[in-house]
Design a protein around this ligand. Sequence first.
Ligand code: ADE
Length: 414
Amino acid sequence: MKGYRIADASLFREGERKVLWARGRMPVLAKIVERGESERPLAGVTVGACLHLEAKTACLLLALKELGAEVAAAGSNPLSTQDDVCAYLVREGVAVFSWRGMSGGEYFENLESVLDRSPEILVDDGADLVVTAHEKYPELLPRVRGGSEETTTGVRRLKAMMDQGVLAFPLISVNDARSKFLFDNRYGTGQSVFDGLMRATNVLIAGKVFVVAGYGWCGRGVAMRAKGFGARVVVVETDPHRAFEALMDGCQVCDMMEAASVGDLFLTLTGNRDVIREEHFRVMKDGAILGNAGHFDVEIDKAALERLSKEVFEARDNVTTYVLGDGRRISLLAQGRLVNLAAGDGHPIEIMDLSFGLQLGSVLHLAENRLPPGVYDVPGEIDADVVRTALEARGIRLEAPTREQEEYLRQWRE
Ligand code: ADE
């Protein structure tokens, strides 16, 4: 069994620079490692990961190693893997199976290479590793102590597995921790989407009509930042409370049919499929730009766009322009894959420090505790510890309630 499969091992120096830059800005990860380094609580444990393999993720994987684990990792999206980072990880002893631009078939082969190493703990982003383990590795399932899941779509899939009674081990939903969704989904996506969009297109946001499909935590963050850049924001939602919240936040709210004809820039973050489809392409303005920040590339119906086009060309890196029958041009970013990771570096470092602090804390929790199959919240102490450490690292002291205040809150007589 070959120890790794990556694009080019000679790229390690550039990968090292990126990782060192990130590492110095991840105090939460550093603190968790510092606490456990001497005892090496993960000694003898193999951790299998399916994550976006960029510099911050490398810091998580190296932290797992420092705590004693053997680590094998595959990329969680064919376009989010950074080859130089993978080269550095391999040099540091992580078994990496991934490269940017891998095909769908290669993507799943790489997940299998990770599972072939019989990991006891899985760290997943999108649930493909966990699903592949269930579908193709039945003999492995009883030996898996558990896993942790990073993202909304992954948690949705795991809950569906649990509801259908097929989930074979415990999974911790990092995504549902307050230290995750309040910051990563909102401020992380709110920044990284614009990083990817701007790098890919070099267009101005101000003065544009910016359509945000999905007003969950990620959509809220993107809408907030789009407004800050001077765009007029239109929100498309299926959930009435979220739609009303968008309205109260000052956005225009309508259905996609109406939004399609007025939008200049479109961003999907719904976690659902076919959010922008043929009837919408038919009414879009010439020059419309479409991107996705949902986990899978299913939100924009690429096949329909191709069907409607008489010509398709690569206008820039990460920009594909479709020329429709009547000459209108619609451009799709990063093939409809996560624009923030395919055309950028993903969320900012300080944000991933929190999210990966939760991942690392969850792995340690799974190593120390036997849990029955199910989807679990991150233990409250870990969630609180992550955000406290992040505050401490910034020199911010919390106000401590006085004894009288604590007592007051326990009383019901005024
Ligand atoms: N970097 C690594 N994982 C990421 C994620 N899930 N979202 C954004 N940036 C990331």
